[in-house]
Design a protein around this ligand. Structure first.
Ligand SMILES: Cc1cc2nc3c(=O)[nH]c(=O)nc-3n(C[C@H](O)[C@H](O)[C@H](O)COP(=O)(O)O)c2cc1C
Length: 353
């Protein structure tokens, strides 16, 4: 008996909620990556049917305004903006998103302030937050957050301690009120199908898009990604328990070794009473902001930060964004097609005597 439902139909059904949430053809978010996720990559992802997200990072408000306008000039498809909540000018950044009628704002990098959630929602835009645990997910839902991203420790950049697979099992079955998007370690469409089947509304990928043709990342940065395998993307190490370091997953180089030395220097200055604790913590955090730009923009792959997720091993060449998304969609659809085929296997008939 022929099964008229295809894997692609099933995929469209599984991520229907995510697609409706973004107004896109696929529920693949391009995870915001500081310095990488600017107008060209963001527009390319949105034009290819995904959901591009501008990484505001440490940008001052006038640059964010220009980036939003520049992205609008390259796409008429929906895209979002990712704001880091500890940015000192968060309020102006939120106002710029509201004034530019950005449809979706992702609040990353710590607990989002209540006023920010309220101001974005009052403008009619959707608020998306990262949640590291189920308890916080429930709290975000209560405070009116429209969607959640759960990001496991396989991801590139700043990471939490729990793997994507465990977060997905803990949170997806329990949070039905809002769409939940899964991030961290996704390199192929089969994994997308798996998380959708677990209850995700979509996924967010960062590392996989770094080597997109449209990505402005320096050729040496892309080359480092293409050469690397999963085990090269390691979390940074905290030197002193008094100075917590949110681990950053990056390819190992002189920069990661220098981070250890920098921590040691800052801790020594603190011990000598030359720097306040809060200032010392900020200084340690600040190290990576400058270092990422050096690697992504200047191509200093030795001293800069090569933030990358474990899925870097699945980045094998430079490819147009549309091709990456098409490949992911085809892999997810093929995985679901084979599930349908398995289900369609006729039940064995009892042998006649
Ligand atoms: C180079 C790089 C820079 C990143 N910068 C940011 C950022 O500025 N803000 C943010 O919320 N996430 C940032 N991320 C995380 C991504 O948005 C995304 O969640 C992550 O890359 C997903 O995991 P994956 O790399 O395994 O696909 C960054 C990731 C990378 C690789």
């Amino acid at each position: 008996m022929a099964n008229s439902v295809t894997g692609r139909d099933l995929l469209d059904r599984l991520w229907q909620r995510g697609c409706a949430f973004f107004g896109t053809r696929t529920a693949i978010m391009g995870g915001a990556m500081s310095w990488v996720s600017e107008r060209h990559l963001v527009a390319a992802i949105s034009n290819a049917g995904g959901f591009g997200v501008i990484a505001c990072g440490a940008m001052p408000p006038h640059l964010l305004e220009a980036e939003i306008a520049g992205t609008k000039a390259l796409t008429n498809q929906p895209f979002g903006v990712n704001l880091i909540t500890m940015h000192p000018q968060l309020e102006q950044l939120v106002d710029i998103c509201v004034a530019a009628k950005v449809g979706h704002v992702v609040l990353a990098g710590g607990l989002p302030p209540k006023w920010a959630i309220e101001r974005i929602k009052a403008s009619g835009a959707k608020v998306i937050c990262f949640t590291p645990a189920l308890s916080l997910a429930k709290k975000f839902v209560r405070s009116g957050v429209d969607a959640l991203v759960i990001e496991g420790m396989e991801a590139g950049g700043h990471i939490g301690p729990v793997s994507t697979a465990v977060l997905a099992q803990e949170i997806l079955p329990e949070v039905r009120e809002v769409p939940v998007f899964v991030a961290g370690g996704i390199g192929r469409g089969e994994a997308i199908a798996m998380y959708l089947e677990l209850g995700a509304s979509g996924v967010q990928l960062g590392t996989r898009f770094v080597c997109a043709t449209e990505s402005i990342a320096h050729p040496k940065f892309k080359q480092a990604f293409i050469r690397a395998s999963a085990r090269d993307a390691m979390p940074s190490v905290q030197l002193d328990p008094r100075f917590p370091v949110i681990p950053v997953r990056a390819l190992q180089n002189q920069g990661t070794r220098r981070f250890m030395e920098t921590q040691a220097e800052i801790v020594a200055r603190f011990n000598r009473g030359e720097v306040e604790k809060d200032a010392a913590i900020l200084e340690i955090e600040h190290f990576w902001a400058g270092a990422l730009r050096r690697a992504v923009i200047d191509g200093d792959v030795e001293n800069g930060s090569l933030m990358a997720g474990q899925s870097v091993g699945m980045v094998t060449r430079e490819q147009p964004t549309a091709e990456i998304i098409e490949e992911l969609v085809n892999q997810a659809a093929a995985a679901l097609t084979s599930r349908l085929a398995l289900n369609a296997v006729p039940t064995p008939q009892p042998l006649r005597a």
